[in-house]
Design a protein around this ligand. Sequence first.
Ligand code: CAA
Length: 258
Amino acid sequence: MTYEFILFEKIGNVGLIILNRPESLNALCERLIQDLNAVLDACEADTSIHCMVLMGSEKAFAAGADIKEMQAKTYQDAYLGDFITKGWEKVSQCRKPIIAAVSGYALGGGNEIAMMCDMIIASDTAQFGQPEVTIGTIPGAGGTQRLARSIGKSKAMDMCLTGRRMDALEAERAGLVSRVVPAHQLRDEAIAIAQKIASYSIPVVMMIKEAVNRAFETPLSEGLKFERRLFHSTFALDDQKEGMAAFLEKRPPVFRGR
Ligand code: CAA
């Protein structure tokens, strides 16, 4: 499949998805979002892909929703067209893990797409922000919600109300980012992490993703119950027998994804 604004490469069991609209710093126009949906659907359907990496260019992961497309929209256009809801939530609905590898700007919808991924690896040049307040609107793809859950109320308010940017080290301290790496190593590091995840049992990996995400949707007692049931279900997998046997036999496991 070919995409207008996405480059795609399969590296072993990893799907590498690159946002590619350099003249607009990967501003998230409708066509780019359609391409992103299509490539994610293809990755989800491809049983040989176990994990995805989503990245942009060195200068920009994405500088937000496309302001040129948005500027003239009326309330009716936005409401009746269900703007943002349609298409944008796909990243958060994928069942396989997605790593955001962020270099340069991750602003507005760019930061929001990164936060929909399962973890964010940042280059030391990364800058995160929700600058919507500076252009007369508010974050519309989960910025106020996911940022508050990720970095707490005070910092989320600071980012959303002032529109300031956060560098990679502040983002790591705040818990928005899991690791910071030198810019020239970002791609390789993100792929290495994805390959590590992809080397494990795919149903187990997907269960872990589902269980961690449940922590954001339920009270602790329900989340613990959900986790326990999934934990029990792993004992029905050949991969659990193999993983534990391999440990006891002091050899590497061979997971078959069943
Ligand atoms: N939408 C459309 N075009 C954008 C864009 C965006 N979000 N961000 C950058 N571009 C375009 C610029 O218009 C410019 O195009 P032209 O050459 O045709 O003028 C090109 O990309 C390069 O940008 P700059 O010349 O501005 O580059 P810079 O290095 O001087 O500045 C920047 C970089 C600080 C990221 C600046 O471009 C900027 O502030 N961009 C807007 C960021 C923003 O406000 N994002 C939030 C959008 S709203 C949103 O995302 C809502 C939501 O929650 C979903």
